[in-house]
Design a protein around this ligand. Structure first.
Ligand code: UDP
Length: 237
């Protein structure tokens, strides 16, 4: 499958058209941004880790019955995916308090919840991706009631699957963000990526952060963390 014109360039990925109007090629960059683009940088090798990890996880989730956009890995940075129109909601699942949850509610990081928290943010750069409740999302026409129910159910199932996956590798899944899309025939599927850019992953014994927080918070050893988390994935495959 050949890359045609650039359709979209985001912060961490480029998306290209192909000969097939229902398929796109995603190309992962090493560029990193945080705080709505205020902090910019580059993490050497990140694109390779995120591409390979996201593909591995999505293909395993697909086997577990969660429909995804993943079709085929083309090379270390590029993947063929199903074309979707993205539902403009960031779906955040939290098992442990961290990040914006801790800031918003004034609680420390590291509190394990009795059951996972599911949050929606409205994907809108001008508004800085505000938190939104499901009835407001429905009122704004961002997703139907039925889609919101499916999204919540998929998010719960992905969380259960991912927690098990990471536990086996000595990693605690703190929180993560998912995005969903609609295919031309209206099917709701998991899209975007699942990677250390979109998950908080802590070493289960040392609590060391093995994700993008090392970049966001200037913790150092950023490249090393991406390589280490990829090593953990591969060692048990
Ligand atoms: N996240 C993401 N993209 C975003 C915002 C958050 O992938 O634009 C992920 C982030 O990596 C974390 C989870 O969603 O795993 C929850 O992030 P949070 O709301 O705590 O935001 P932050 O503290 O990063 O501002």
């Amino acid at each position: 499958m050949e890359k045609k014109e650039l359709l979209y360039e985001g912060k961490a990925k480029r998306v290209y058209c192909t000969d097939d109007s229902e398929k796109l090629i995603v190309s992962y960059k090493d560029d990193a941004t945080a705080f709505n683009g205020l902090k910019k940088g580059s993490i050497a090798g990140k694109g390779i880790v995120n591409n390979r990890m996201s593909n591995l996880l999505m293909s395993r989730l697909e086997q577990a019955g969660i429909p995804t956009h993943f079709i085929e890995e083309l090379n270390e940075r590029e993947t063929l995916v199903r074309r979707v129109s993205i539902v403009p909601l960031e779906v955040v699942v939290r098992n442990i308090s961290a990040g914006s949850f801790s800031r918003l509610y004034g609680v420390e990081e590291g509190i394990r919840f009795a059951k996972p928290v599911i949050e929606f943010c409205y994907k809108n750069d001008a508004l800085k991706d505000p938190l939104i409740c499901s009835s407001a999302a429905e009122a704004l026409g961002l997703a139907s009631d039925e889609e919101i129910m499916s999204i919540k159910s998929y998010a719960q199932r992905v969380n259960i699957w991912l927690q098990q996956f990471w536990n086996k590798r000595g990693v605690t899944l703190v929180d993560f963000k998912l995005e969903f899309g609609r295919t031309a025939d209206g099917l709701l599927i998991l899209a975007d990526e699942i990677s250390p850019d979109t998950c908080r992953l802590w070493d289960s014994s040392t609590q060391e952060k093995l994700d993008k927080d090392r970049f966001r918070r200037d913790l150092g050893r950023v490249e090393e963390a991406y390589q280490e988390i990829m090593r953990r994935v591969l060692e048990t495959f």
